[in-house]
Design a protein around this ligand. Structure first.
Ligand SMILES: [Zn+2]
Length: 301
């Protein structure tokens, strides 16, 4: 073998070892949704490497794991998921994985009485109530601290900082929502993702489909919603980035046939964040986008 080739191989080996050495200190976290990944990044900082299985526009209720996902999940040091059956099709995989590693539902620390019960099931869309999402922050903080006690102090500090950002966002949102006249404060979307949002900011919420997009909706559901919109003189309804727009378009058309004009007030991010690198690609950014979109449309601006 030529001398340069030997040198080259030696250099590659050296670089390889160094990379492994520095990766050792970093916790490899795999999450289901983007909102959980964003939370873990905030709390974990430089001590974590985070990957979300579900990107922009992906519906967690229907999501099935790919072969690549299984590989990531088995390589992860810890897995964070939402729980409360949000990721209904992944539950079996999580229960298997939990035999060999930490698999944590970020919803686990929320007192049951704070959850919304819909038809005998707990509503999983907890990220829209920032008080509940703060429980998720604390769960992630504690789990990372347990896995990596050396950096516990940093996780605690970062979690506290993120929680105070969330509380600031809550105050901002309260102000924006209370500026909408009470009788116009009705939020109609494709599926029931906004009950927590409605409860937190005193908004009446209606979804065409149930808690999960798994549930079918029929002509009768559309007719009932159209009836409600006409009766209540609703001016705007909303589509969601992770749900087909067809159903809401059918509602708009149904209202039109009854001589009532209702517009699509914009696109909300319900179960998935927007593209990375955009404002909506972060949790706080997507929340703000929703608040702005809702306020503008319901005020009729
Ligand atoms: Zn949902």
């Amino acid at each position: 073998m030529k001398k340069w080739a030997i040198l080259w191989i030696a250099l590659l080996l050296l670089v390889g070892c160094e990379a492994k050495e520095s990766e050792k200190d970093v916790i490899y976290v795999v999450t289901t949704t983007g909102q959980i990944a964003d939370l873990v990044e905030h709390v974990g900082g430089e001590h974590v490497r985070v990957e979300a299985l579900m990107g922009p526009g992906v519906d967690p209720h229907l999501y099935k794991a790919t072969q690549g996902d299984i590989q990531k999940l088995s390589q992860a040091d810890i897995i964070f998921y939402n729980g409360l059956h949000l990721e209904g099709k992944l539950e079996k995989i999580f229960s298997n994985m939990s035999k060999t590693k930490k698999v944590v539902a970020v919803s686990k620390g929320i007192p049951k009485e704070k959850l919304i019960d819909v038809g005998g099931a707990h509503d999983p869309h907890i990220w829209f109530d920032l008080d509940l999402w703060s429980y998720a922050v604390r769960t992630v903080r504690d789990e990372l601290g347990e896995l990596d006690p050396k950096h516990k102090q940093q996780y605690n500090e970062r979690a506290e900082a993120y929680e105070s950002q969330l509380m600031q966002l809550k105050e901002e949102t309260k102000k924006e929502m209370s500026a909408i006249p009470k009788k116009q404060r009705v939020l109609i979307t494709a599926h029931d993702a906004f009950h927590y949002f409605g409860r937190a900011y005193d908004i009446e919420v209606l979804g065409l489909q149930g808690l999960s997009t798994d549930a079918e909706y029929g002509l009768k559901d559309i007719q009932e919603l159209v009836h409600f919109i006409v009766e209540r003189n609703i001016q705007a309804v909303f589509v969601e980035s992770s749900v087909s727009k067809k159903a809401i378009e059918a509602v708009v058309e149904g209202a039109k046939q009854r001589g009532h004009h209702v517009s699509i007030g914009g696109e909300l991010f319900s179960d998935a964040l927007g593209k990375k690198g955009t404002e909506e690609g972060t949790f706080i950014g997507m929340y703000r986008h929703n608040v702005k979109t809702i306020a503008r449309a319901l005020k009729g601006e």
